[in-house]
Ligand binder design. Structure first.
Ligand code: DAH
Length: 343
């Protein structure tokens, strides 16, 4: 027994003094002391020769010895790790670092986020709907029944498997989805992607982006629509921007209008962008058609609303003077890197 204790003491001193300089030596240490045939195991095997009344005491001692070896191994590991970092001769710490290449937001995302943030300040919440939509939400509920001529204006992609389903042609479909579930007051904007079967060119694309707005409450008036949109335009294009409304037609609004803003390039003097009129169209809008409210069991005698829809690409074109729609989806980083936006 005495002999055994001395042996352990000797190993402990050895362990205490052990040093390693590389991974191989570290592994050799582990095998020598803590391996399956290591010294810790061999000392433990001596237990059977220890008299029964000493076993408990000896057991504690052995545990302590094992712990001692394990702690040392951990310590050596940590020292080895940090020394490979600090002293590695291949590393030259005086070299300049690699530049961190950060991405930029897509111009459409920058503009969408700006639009959303302006309307959020007016109390509008963001609503979303599916891009694969059914006929009801995209057309019929919006007062565009089958065979309505206005359907032809929107060259719709129908799903081959089931022509009741289509790729939404406008974000107005989200109006239908919200009014189906929510009771007034409703104050939402819906940003999203829409699809139309158009030949791709500088001025047309088979997909693009819109932001829809809808406000339904008691006593919402055209004056509210005008002021809301005027606020938006000033926030988006600056305090000097002017707006004008022209009568128009949309099946889901009555009366309907299109809104122009003073040309952002020439300020209204006339240039090629505004075709020398001084004005550029940015959105369609109007007072929600009473039939639409009825479709969703909202009483048109008690509630009125306004709605509007704008193209994000159009706003982007006016802000950044991008004149080819194809640039947005070509993902050319030379184009994309030019835009920096805080939001
Ligand atoms: N949905 C129309 C379009 O795609 C835009 C629009 C016009 C939306 C008038 C509206 C609205 O909500 O009231 O061209």
């Amino acid at each position: 027994m005495e002999e055994l204790l001395q042996k352990i003491e000797g190993y402990k001193q050895e362990i205490e003094a052990a040093k390693v300089t590389n991974a191989d030596e570290l592994e050799a240490f582990r095998i020598r002391y803590l391996g399956t045939k290591g010294l810790v195991k061999s000392v433990m095997a001596e237990m059977k020769n220890v008299p029964a009344d000493k076993r408990k005491e000896f057991g504690l001692l052995l545990n302590d010895f094992k712990q001692f070896a394990e702690d040392k191994l951990e310590g050596l590991k940590m020292a080895a790790n940090s020394s490979t970092h600090a002293a590695s001769p291949e590393q030259d710490w005086s070299l300049p670092g690699d530049p961190l290449i950060v991405g930029t937001r897509h111009p459409l995302s920058i503009v969408r986020n700006q639009i959303v943030s302006i309307f959020k300040r007016l109390g509008f919440a963001v609503a979303e709907g599916p891009e694969i939509e059914d006929d009801w939400h995209n057309f019929t509920a919006l007062n565009l029944p089958e065979n309505h001529p206005a359907r032809d204006m929107q060259d719709t992609f129908y799903l081959n498997q089931n022509p009741d389903y289509l790729l939404r042609t406008h974000t107005s479909s989200v109006q239908a989805r919200v009014m189906e579930k929510q009771r007034p007051p409703i104050r939402i904007i819906c940003p999203g992607r829409v699809y139309r079967n158009e030949t791709i060119s500088a001025r047309a694309h088979c997909f693009f982006h819109q932001v829809e707005g809808l406000y339904v409450d008691d006593a919402v008036s055209f004056a509210d629509l005008k002021q809301t949109l005027y606020f938006f335009v000033k926030e988006m294009f600056g305090a000097d921007a002017k707006i004008r409304f022209r009568p128009s037609y949309f099946p889901f609004t009555e009366p309907s209008a299109e809104m122009d803003i003073s040309c952002t390039v020439c300020g209204g003097k006339g240039c090629s962008l505004c075709k020398h009129t001084g004005w550029v169209e940015i959105l369609g809008c109007g007072m929600v058609h009473p039939k639409m409210l009825e479709n969703f069991k909202i009483d048109p005698e008690s509630f009125t609303g306004f709605a509007f829809g704008m193209g994000i690409e159009r706003i982007c074109q006016l802000k950044y003077r991008i004149n080819d729609l194809r640039l947005y989806s070509q993902n050319d980083v030379r184009f994309l890197r030019q835009f920096t936006g805080a939001v």
